[in-house]
Every structure is written in structure tokens, then in C-alpha cells.
Design a protein around this ligand. Structure first.
Ligand SMILES: [Zn+2]
Length: 359
């Protein structure tokens, strides 16, 4: 495996930034973890998903289009719990209490994933080696999508900006029914990243959560609704969730302006930038002024801030952003932001098209 090292010898930019961010929390006497905003959001998202589940399983509404809409809404709700509750919990930023972070992180297990697998892939592979080919499996979507010029090109990639969005829809179902098991049985997070050896309780949690999720999302709905209604509803839910999760993550790293990096296949490669500057080169923010998106996306529209300070809860990102912007201006570091989500989406589509057609 090729080793990648960042030039952190004199991390002048990040040291200054960290000092200012620390001072912000000290001066305002607030903790960098979650606050009432996050707890109330958690209550709303959990209440709404329970309501949607009961409404769909018991056929509270007879109109078929209402039910289709509710399935889509539930897909968005699943993604929102992932963005707001699970993601903060898994990074340890939801609460100052470790056990609360563990509980919140495990909301992913109820929704069909595995927080153990997620941490391996996300906290280590993705956060450290953002956009580095062979290390960051967020830019590795299998052979059907070419996310980076160093990935092999197939004739079909010419059309990937057309079928890409459709493929994204399969991400969630694929994850629940395939990816986690693949990692579990092969012991690999991605090509270059081995899975940490699992402890006994981690094996038990993995299997118990898969059974709980299967019971909630397959067995109970079939018992109430029969197979046909179930499979239509569940497919709509999985597809919507997949599109929302993929698009939100892709927009932050895979747009025209973001940089990619391919290390040598052998030996040690040094990235001639300090880690924090590298993060700013590979990541973008979008829609920073949209209160609705900031609420719904768990701060993932402030992905730059999240990558610089993953241990700070997303509810603080709008304020931290101001400090980062000011420090970037002073140190001459570019900070990329798309004013709207639509702008970032268009850029992502253009990127897919260019990468699919480039030599
Ligand atoms: Zn993260």
C-alpha cells in the first residue's frame, strides 16, 4: 500500500485557526458538542420517522399517491437522521458523554447500516485521505462511475452524468444488503484499507442490528401489507434515501473546483501542503445561508468546517465558518463555497461528464 504523508512541520495556518476556534468556545463559555438545537432536532426527526413508519405500515392513508409521498419522505428522514444524529454521534461530537455518542451513532444500525463499519471507512479512510485515489473509498463507486481521472475508463462512462443520479439511488439498499457484509467477510474496508479486527461484542452488535433492521423494514411491513405493497414502498424509500445521501456527500468533494490526488503506487508520497490546507483544496461548502438546508443536512453543507473540525458538533458550524473565512483570507488560502445547492449540483454533474469523457 502506498503511504501518504502531509507536510505538517510548520502547520502555521491550522495552528492559528485552531487557536481562534478554541478562543471562540472559551469566550462564549459554550461546549463544542451538541446543544439544545441538536437535541430538539433529534426529537423531531425521531418522532417523524416513527409516525411515518406507523402510518405506512397500518395504511393510515388510503390514497396511493399520499403513500408514495410518505415513502419518499421517510427516505429523506432516514438520510436526515444519518446526517444529524448518527454522523455527530459517530464523530463523538453529539455530546460530551461517550455513551450518548455511542447510542446516537448506533441509530445507523437501526436504519440498516453498521456504525462500526462506518467509523472504519469514514473517520479514517475518508477524513484523513480525502479524495486520494485508492485511500478514500468515497471516491470509489465501483467500475460503473469514474470519479477520478486515475480510475480506469470504460465506454459507458461517457454517459455517466446521465445515469449517475439513477445509480446513486441504489447506494442505500446496496449498503444495507451488500457492502457491510462484504466488508465483514473480506476484512477489507476498501482496496487499500484493511478492517480492524472486530471484538466479540462488535460481532454481536453487527448481527443483532442486522436482524432488528430486517425485522422492522421487511418482516413487519410484509406481515401488515403483503409482499407487493411492501416491495414498492420499500424500493421508493431506499431509492430516495440513496439519492439524498449520495448527492449531499458528492457535492462536497466531487465538483469541478475540488482537487484530487493520486499517490505513487510504491513508497511514500508527501503532499506538499499541511493537512488543513489540503482539506480546503479538496472540499467545498454549499448553501451556507440556507437555514432550511443547514437544519436538514446536519452541517454537511459546511463540509469544509466539518473536515477541519470533525470533533465539533455541526450546530456550531455557521459561527465557526466566519472564523475560518477570516483566517483563510489572512493566510491567502482559498475557501470554496457554492452559494446554492443547485449551483453545487450543476458543478457535480459537469464534473461527472468531464471525468467520464476525459482521457
Ligand atoms: Zn464526517
Amino acid at each position: 500500500m502506498a503511504k501518504v504523508k502531509f507536510n505538517n512541520k510548520d502547520a502555521v495556518f491550522f495552528n492559528a485557526l485552531r487557536e481562534r476556534v478554541d478562543a471562540y468556545f472559551k469566550q462564549n463559555k459554550i461546549a463544542p458538542t451538541g446543544n439544545f438545537k441538536l437535541f430538539s432536532k433529534t426529537a423531531i426527526l425521531v418522532a417523524s420517522i416513527v409516525f411515518l413508519y406507523v402510518a405506512l405500515v397500518t395504511e393510515m392513508f388510503s390514497n396511493v399517491w399520499v403513500n408514495v409521498f410518505l415513502c419518499m419522505l421517510m427516505g429523506v428522514n432516514v438520510a436526515a437522521i444519518g446526517f444529524n444524529v448518527m454522523h455527530d454521534g459517530a464523530h463523538g461530537s453529539y455530546s460530551k458523554y461517550k455513551w450518548i455518542n455511542e447510542v446516537m451513532g448506533h441509530s445507523l444500525n437501526i436504519l440498516g447500516g453498521s456504525v462500526f463499519m462506518w467509523k472504519q471507512k469514514h473517520n479514517i479512510a475518508h477524513h484523513t485521505y480525502t479524495n486520494i485515489e485508492g485511500h478514500d473509498d468515497d471516491i470509489d463507486a465501483g467500475s460503473m462511475l469514474r470519479m477520478h481521472k486515475d480510475q480506469p475508463k470504460l465506454p459507458m462512462h461517457r454517459f455517466q452524468h446521465i445515469y449517475g443520479l439513477f445509480l446513486y439511488g441504489f447506494l442505500y439498499g446496496y449498503w444495507v444488503f451488500y457492502t457491510d457484509y462484504y466488508k465483514y467477510f473480506t476484512g477489507q474496508v476498501s482496496e487499500n484499507v484493511p478492517l480492524r479486527k472486530m471484538k466479540t461484542h462488535e460481532h454481536i452488535i453487527f448481527w443483532v442490528s442486522k436482524v432488528v433492521n430486517f425485522t422492522l423494514s421487511v418482516i413487519i411491513p410484509i406481515a401488515f401489507l403483503g409482499f407487493t405493497k411492501f416491495i414498492i414502498g420499500y424500493s421508493i424509500l431506499l431509492f430516495t434515501g440513496g439519492v439524498v445521501i449520495s448527492v449531499v456527500f458528492q457535492l462536497a468533494h466531487i465538483v469541478e473546483d475540488a482537487h484530487f490526488f493520486a499517490p505513487d503506487t510504491k513508497g511514500l508520497t508527501v503532499v506538499e501542503a499541511e493537512w488543513a490546507v489540503y482539506q480546503l483544496n479538496t472540499t467545498v461548502d454549499f448553501a451556507p445561508n440556507s437555514r432550511f438546508l443547514t437544519w436538514l443536512l446536519g452541517g454537511l453543507n459546511f463540509q469544509v468546517i466539518h473536515h477541519l473540525f470533525p470533533k465539533i458538533s455541526h450546530v456550531h458550524y455557521p459561527e465557526i465558518r466566519k472564523i475560518v473565512q477570516k483566517t483563510c483570507d489572512e493566510y491567502g488560502v482559498a475557501y470554496r463555497t457554492f452559494p446554492t445547492m443547485w449551483g453545487a449540483f450543476k458543478s457535480h454533474m459537469i464534473y461527472l461528464k468531464q471525468t467520464g469523457q476525459a482521457a
